[in-house]
Each structure stands twice: as structure tokens, then as C-alpha cells.
Design a protein around this ligand. Structure first.
Ligand code: NAD
Length: 266
């Protein structure tokens, strides 16, 4: 199966290229980044710290997608609508890992999925997708006496906050508690906040060092506290999950698919 990597010179792009080289039945047929990227014209295998693969990093997304079955897009959210137009035109399946996609970008994904199969997941690790299911189930079982706080930590290069994974976690616990999205949600605390209102859900973002991605959901009641934690120690966990999603998506009917579909999580 031929794949094209968009955002090829980035932290995730390089790990996708390296992990694809180790996978069976996967062939990197295109590698794309922005025109100002210093690695344009360089061999994408060497740029990713592996052997030469004879696929040069290009800024021509359209021709890079032409020979691909699936594009794996871990570029940044800016310009996502234009990239979707190219994926639709080239009829490639699209796996999106990009976070901080705005409402306009999300609706472009929805519309484009009428013509090509798409997965857009805030986190491709198997463990985090299990955390999603456990957090939702726990929020359903534990009543409003269990205060929910979500904490995430990432490396100091990360540009968006809170992480896409933390946003998905908060959406899932809101769903489980029958809350309207964002109604009782706050991001961090400062100053004279008063006592904690019942039902509030708080999200806290920590940044520092080379932390790949930690997420904890705390359920705290009088007398006990449950903490569900996932810690990613390598970007390969996201890369391998995205490659698995690409293999799942190839040949599917147009539509939106999720990591739950890929992993068979009920
Ligand atoms: P990064 O900044 O290291 O890499 C992004 C790359 O995309 C850069 O090389 C940049 O030049 C390139 N790029 C930006 N706009 C582009 C465009 N229009 N066309 C082609 N290339 C473009 O970032 P990263 O750490 O690799 O993360 C990339 C994205 O993936 C972020 O949104 C991050 O939050 C997300 N992410 C998702 C997961 C997941 O499992 N879903 C895991 C890790 C990171």
C-alpha cells in the first residue's frame, strides 16, 4: 500500500516515515512539507534518521498524493481546508493527526468525508483510546460527588493548549454526565475562585522538557480519589497507530471513521 506523509519534516512526520519503513506492506510514496522547510529536496528516509528511501521531501502536495492510496497528515491546522480539496481531487483516503483544528476545518472534514474515507483522531495510541473508553465509563458510574479534573503535560515545543487528547477526554466525560459541551468546563484557575462549584470540569495544561504526552483524569470524592493515567514515552506509539489506521482505511467507503472502528473498541 502506498502512503504519502504530509508534515514529513516534523517530529511526527519523521517517525511515521521511520515506522512505515519497518512495517510490512507499507511503502512511502510521497513526503510533503511547506516551501520554506529546510528539508525540501532532501531524501525523506535520511531526513528521518533511517536509510535512503529515494522519496524526496517536496512542497507539491498534489503530485505527492497522486500515487498514494492513503495520505497521513500530521501537518499543522492552518491550511487544512486547502489540503482536503487536494485529497478529495486525488481520491486518497486521509488519516489526520493534526490537533487544534477550528470549526471551519472540522466542517470541511465532515463535508469532504462524503467523497473520501477519513479518520481524524486527536490521539492514535492504543492506550489513549482505551483511556477514552475508561474515562467515559468511569464518569457514567461515578456520580456528581466525584469532581473531575483533567491534567495534560507535553514538551515545550507544543503550540496548542489544551492538547487535542485533553479536549476529547473532557468531551467524553461531559457526554457521559449528560452535560452540554463546555457549559461547566474551565481551563486552569487563578485568583479568588471561590469554592469548587458542583459539576465543574477543569482542564490543566503543563508544558516542559521533552514530555511526549501525559494525560490524567482525576475523579475526586470525599474519602477517595481515582486517577486514570496514560503516559506516552515515544512518538512511535502515535505513528504506529496512525499507520494501523491507514491500513484500516484503504478501500473503505467514503465516510468518517474513528480509532474505535480501527481497534474494535465497543
Ligand atoms: P511539528 O511542528 O514538529 O511538525 C509539523 C510539520 O508540519 C512541520 O514540519 C511543518 O513545516 C509542517 N507543515 C505545517 N503546515 C503544513 C502544510 N500546510 N503542508 C505541509 N506541511 C506542513 O509538529 P508535530 O509534533 O510533528 O505535530 C504535528 C501535529 O500532530 C500537531 O497538530 C500535533 O498536536 C499533532 N499530534 C497528534 C498526535 C496524534 O496521535 N493525533 C500525536 C502527536 C502530535
Amino acid at each position: 500500500m502506498n502512503i504519502c506523509i504530509c508534515g514529513a519534516a516534523g517530529r511526527m512526520g519523521k517517525r511515521l516515515i521511520a515506522c512505515a519503513a519497518e512495517a510490512e506492506n507499507l511503502n512511502v510514496a510521497g513526503a510533503v512539507d511547506v516551501p520554506q522547510c529546510l528539508l525540501i529536496g532532501k531524501d525523506s528516509g535520511i531526513a528521518s534518521g533511517i536509510e535512503k528511501n529515494n522519496i524526496l521531501i517536496t512542497d507539491d502536495l498534489e503530485s505527492a498524493c497522486a500515487g498514494a492510496d492513503v495520505v497521513i497528515d500530521f501537518a499543522l491546522a492552518d491550511g487544512i481546508t486547502d489540503r482536503l480539496k487536494i485529497y478529495e481531487k486525488e481520491k486518497v483516503c486521509a488519516v489526520f493527526g493534526t490537533t487544534a483544528v477550528d470549526d471551519q476545518g472540522k466542517s470541511a472534514i465532515e463535508i469532504t468525508s462524503k467523497n473520501i474515507p477519513i479518520i481524524h483522531a486527536p490521539n492514535f495510541s492504543v492506550g489513549v483510546n482505551l483511556l477514552f473508553a475508561l474515562a467515559k465509563k468511569s464518569a457514567k458510574i461515578l456520580d456528581e460527588n466525584y469532581d473531575i479534573e483533567i491534567i495534560e503535560m507535553h514538551h515545550h515545543h507544543k503550540k496548542d493548549a489544551p492538547s487535542g487528547t485533553a479536549v476529547r477526554l473532557v468531551e467524553l466525560v461531559e457526554e457521559a454526565r449528560g452535560l452540554e459541551y463546555e457549559k461547566k468546563r474551565i481551563y486552569g484557575r487563578e485568583g479568588d475562585t471561590g469554592t469548587r462549584p458542583k459539576g465543574e470540569i477543569a482542564v490543566h495544561s503543563l508544558r516542559g522538557g521533552d514530555v511526549v504526552g501525559d494525560h490524567t483524569v482525576v475523579f475526586a470524592a470525599d474519602g477517595e480519589r481515582i486517577e486514570l493515567t496514560h503516559k506516552a514515552s515515544s512518538r512511535d506509539t502515535f505513528a504506529k497507530g496512525a499507520l494501523r489506521a491507514a491500513q484500516f482505511l484503504a478501500g473503505k467507503e467514503p465516510g468518517i471513521y474513528t480509532m474505535k472502528d480501527v481497534l474494535g473498541i465497543e
